[in-house]
Ligand binder design. Structure first.
Ligand code: BGC
Length: 692
């Protein structure tokens, strides 16, 4: 058997997670130091006890030093500089406290110079697959560690509340259950790689307009039922080590000073034992309220948690040294609990990253999220068909902008992907001339118009038509219309970070939503168009028929309450372009034999077509009317691959929470509920009653 110290050295050299050797407790001092000189280095003691012992040995200055990050410049360079970290909290060598490094870009990959640029989180949302979320989280954790980080700043579990949300592409869509399932799975997998996940932006951070000041007014029931469940799942099921509070205010108080959410809910009800860090630069707003409210670490540097501010607050007796200890304890405890004190620091060894494997994962996740919205027999493309690729977006790498944008190593554009895969002639017209584009379309068997929007952090879209979602590009709506008039076999490929208006949808033969598909997006798009891969996605967000009002500044009342996304469209029976959960396959599926027994629901899914493909059976629950809930809420989903003619019996188990509503606490609703199962929130062929 190898000794613990050899194992530690090996894990450091090989870049493996420490977890593989945790548990073997030999006497040799670890990186923390000797137990006799530093009793908190005793790995056999529980994390709280170790934190307590360490706190006793610390000076006030040392404690205050851990309450804020120490690198203001790193975050400015992470897109280009492989050596820059998004966050750094210096350690205390005297006491064996390690320096902690944080990687940016968390929700969509590691932003630290070029890296694996994964499909945007919204594409993962469209995958409806907890297994894919685990692959995604595993990759981010692995790459983060191999680039020398202890913490990754993701995932982002804010609900896509407004269709034009600038950061909508970083979300998993508009449903709390889907978001929570994927988020927890992502976090577990990332943390298994030996890094800590920092889930963000807690809570109710749903718009970019006025993002540093906006005050979201959310009633308790809406908060608990719509905006908090993803975070609750991240903490309870995913065991997230850290939480990032958002820039915004909630019900009048800054998120990073909000005792209700940081204290009562997060640490109280959910039993969170990790630490809370502020969003970068403007998250923390007020020294005293943040210390009292539950913010442990200000990032990326101490503006309100600087030495002067904290000492002054202590002098003026507005905060106590016990409160300081509480904050520092949360941070230290987390590092102890996750083995950060007891392992060699991760070295920045990007050369150990399995780039080829990560490229394949990025591509697979893109394919699994590509969502086929419409297909009038045009797809998959026929072998040998001549294709006119049209639109400036086809020859660009399309992604969202902001802190989660990862610089791709070798991106594949849609044009490159299609050209490489095609078996017939391919022409390209960049869309700057409608006449030229229409002429190219006329000459080809099929026209593929590639269009995109431009979502970014710090700004919401003015509206969600292509015209105003990507004002710097050609008039993409006009382009689609013109091309569709020239060639009836027109396929539109959307690369957008959220919903988009599709007023031309009846004129095109095919409509494919590829989201921001990441570095291998072009290959994934081509494989789906040619039928090498199936379109695996389903909409995690409703595609509306009209624009919503632009986001407001100042006070924003969440007056729609529970009627967020598809809940609203269904409650009010409003028309949509494509409903939540929708996505076609290259085969067809039948749903039969619904059986409800107790809280178990079973259905049979059959591949009734001629190709293999994945079905995504979805279970929606409608509460008894008296509960005052919107109808048809997603409470279960799964993804099953079926060969032609094959069936599978699928079981959904509904837990007590599925039937519960928030009324000053979770209350299970009795009476008869309607259970519906099918392929989208508006296609539910099976229906039964579940009485409790
Ligand atoms: C974003 C966070 C991000 C941080 C550091 C902020 O602007 O809101 O999501 O983690 O920057 O990259």
């Amino acid at each position: 058997m190898i000794s613990r110290s050899t194992a530690l050295a090996l894990t450091a050299v090989l870049g493996l997670p420490l977890l593989a050797v945790a548990g073997s407790s030999a006497a040799a001092p670890g990186p923390c130091g000797s137990v006799s000189a530093r009793p908190w280095c005793d790995r056999d003691l529980p994390p709280d006890r170790r934190a307590g012992l360490l706190l006793k040995a610390m000076t006030l200055d040392e404690k205050i030093g851990l309450m804020a990050g120490d690198d203001a410049l790193g975050p400015l360079n992470t897109d280009k500089d492989p050596g820059a970290h998004e966050g750094t909290v210096d350690g205390i060598p005297r006491l064996g406290v390690p320096t902690v490094l944080m990687a940016g870009g968390g929700p969509a990959g590691i932003r630290q110079g070029p890296g694996t640029a994964l499909p945007a989180p919204i594409a993962l949302g469209a995958g409806f697959s907890a297994a894919d979320a685990a692959r995604y989280g595993r990759l981010v954790g692995d790459e983060g560690r191999r680039k020398g980080n202890d913490i990754v700043l993701g995932p982002a579990l804010d609900i896509l509340r407004i269709p034009n949300a600038g950061r909508g592409y970083e979300s998993y869509g508009e449903d709390p259950y889907l978001t929570g399932r994927l988020g927890a799975s992502w976090i577990k997998a990332a943390q298994k790689q030996g890094v800590l996940a920092m889930v963000k932006h807690y809570p109710a951070n749903n718009q970019e307009t006025d993002r540093y000041q906006v005050n979201a007014i959310v009633d308790p029931r809406t908060m608990q039922e719509i905006y908090l469940p993803p975070f609750e799942a991240a903490v309870r099921n995913g065991r997230a080590a850290a939480v990032m509070c958002g820039y915004n205010k909630v019900n009048g108080k800054p998120s990073c000073a909000n005792g209700t959410f940081l204290g009562t809910v997060l640490r109280g009800s959910w039993g969170f034992r990790g630490f809370v860090a502020s969003d970068w630069l403007a998250g923390a707003k007020n020294t005293v309220a943040s210390v009292r409210g539950g913010l442990d670490v200000e990032m990326p540097v101490g503006l309100i948690y600087g030495k002067d501010q904290l000492n002054q607050a202590l002098r003026e007796k507005k905060i106590t040294s016990r409160q300081i200890d509480k904050r520092v304890r949360a941070y230290l405890r987390t590092l102890f609990a996750h083995g950060v004190f007891d392992r060699a620091r991760y070295r920045d060894r990007p050369q150990t990253i399995n780039v080829a494997a990560n490229d394949r994962t990025a591509q697979a996740i893109a394919e699994n999220g590509i969502t086929l919205l419409k297909n009038k027999g045009v797809l998959p493309l026929k072998p040998g068909a001549s294709v006119a690729v049209i639109g400036s977006s086809a020859s660009d790498y399309i992604s969202g902008a902001g802190s989660s944008r990862v610089t791709p190593r070798k991106p594949v554009t849609a044009l490159q992907g299609i050209t490489a895969r095609a078996t017939g002639p391919v022409s390209y017209s960049d869309g700057s001339s409608l006449t030229a584009a229409a002429a190219a379309a006329r000459r080809a068997d099929v026209a593929v118009v590639v269009v995109s929007d431009a979502r970014e952090e710090a700004e919401d879209l003015k509206c969600i038509s292509l015209r105003c979602g990507a004002p710097d590009r050609e008039d993409q709506d006009a382009l689609i219309r013109g091309v569709a008039a020239a060639n009836r076999n027109t396929v539109v490929v959307l690369q957008t970070g959220g919903p988009v208006l599709t007023p031309w949808r009846s004129r095109v033969a095919g409509l494919v939503q590829a989201w921001y598909p990441g570095e291998r997006g072009g290959t994934a798009i081509a494989r789906v168009l040619y039928g090498d891969a199936e379109p695996g996605g389903r909409l995690p967000v409703t595609f509306p028929v009209a624009n919503a009002k632009a986001a407001k500044s100042g006070t924003v009342r969440y007056s729609e309450r529970l009627q967020v996304g598809y809940r609203r469209y269904n409650a009010r029976r409003l028309p949509v372009a494509y409903p939540f959960g929708h996505g076609l396959s290259y085969t067809t599926f039948g749903y039969s034999r619904l059986k409800v027994s107790g809280n178990r629901v079973q259905v049979t899914v059959t591949n009734t077509g001629r190709r293999a493909g994945s079905a995504v059976p979805q279970l929606y629950l409608t509460f008894p009317r008296s509960a005052g809930e919107p109808p048809r809420q997603l409470k279960g989903f799964t993804k099953v691959m079926l060969k032609p003619g094959r069936s599978k019996r699928v079981t959904f188990v509904l837990d007590k929470r599925s039937f519960s509503i928030w009324k000053n606490g979770w209350k299970a609703v009795g009476g008869c509920h309607t259970v519906e199962v099918g392929s989208s929130s508006r296609h539910l062929p099976l229906s039964g009653r579940l009485c409790r």
